[in-house]
Write a protein that binds this ligand. Structure first.
Ligand SMILES: Cc1cc2nc3c(=O)[nH]c(=O)nc-3n(C[C@H](O)[C@H](O)[C@H](O)COP(=O)(O)O)c2cc1C
Length: 202
């Protein structure tokens, strides 16, 4: 097992972070694995999704989650405008959608990855399209879980918006507890490794 060696270096606060510090912070975060999700919303009446890994539960009672989104991304304004959003958690067979949602400056309309086509309608004339409630966030097809949230609060977190969402609904795919989630570590998508302990921590 690889072990970190060497002298600890100190990084100051983020105020006026210079290039060397930024590089050290980037390298530090590369060594911190995360699950991968798409934060979803409606944009011009169409489903839209951005790849993220800054999803977490911040409160169990009431159930409240956080996502941290770059101020520059189109999702922030759209979510603030409509007041709700979704988080679709990805499995390891969904690398293509993760790439799609992470392409800088590219449109992220999700019609090819969701059955939620038309906002507020009954699927139009297309019988294959799910009816979508006007108040429900779009869900990525085959996401193992989808969390639907009402925006509770938004904070300025430097160059990111910290969006807290009250959980309105959690949709789970069949067999969701047995999926192999998609991970991101050291700049690459990964599988989950073997457990280091038996179930229950023993
Ligand atoms: C695995 C992964 C996780 C990411 N997590 C976030 C995140 O939590 N918040 C964020 O703002 N961007 C995150 N990004 C970056 C955005 O997906 C990326 O910047 C995207 O290109 C922005 O799209 P835009 O230029 O269309 O706004 C992540 C990218 C990857 C590959």
């Amino acid at each position: 097992m690889a072990k970190a060696t060497g002298t600890a270096k100190t990084v100051g606060t983020a105020m006026g972070v210079d290039a060397a510090r930024k590089d050290r912070i980037r390298r530090m975060m590369r060594q911190f694995p995360n699950g991968v999700a798409l934060v979803t919303n409606w944009l011009d009446g169409r489903p839209w999704g951005l790849t993220i890994n800054t999803f977490n539960l911040v409160s169990f009672d009431p159930p409240r989650v956080i996502v941290c989104l770059s101020r520059h991304t189109a999702s922030v304004e759209a979510i603030e405008e409509v007041g709700y959003f979704g988080i679709s958690l990805l499995s390891d067979f969904q690398v293509d959608i993760a790439h799609f949602g992470a392409a800088p400056g590219q449109p992220k309309f999700l019609e090819d990855y969701t059955d939620d086509r038309l906002r507020g309608g009954a699927g139009g004339d297309d019988p294959g399209v799910n009816p979508v409630s006007a108040e429900t966030s779009p869900m990525v097809r085959d996401a193992h879980h989808h969390v639907d949230c009402q925006v509770a609060e938004t904070f300025q977190g430097g160059d990111h918006a910290l969006i807290l969402g009250d959980v309105r609904d959690v949709r789970s795919a069949d067999g969701a507890d047995a999926v192999t989630p998609l991970l991101y570590y050291d700049g690459r998508y990964r599988h989950l490794g073997a457990p280091l302990e038996s179930a229950g921590g023993g």
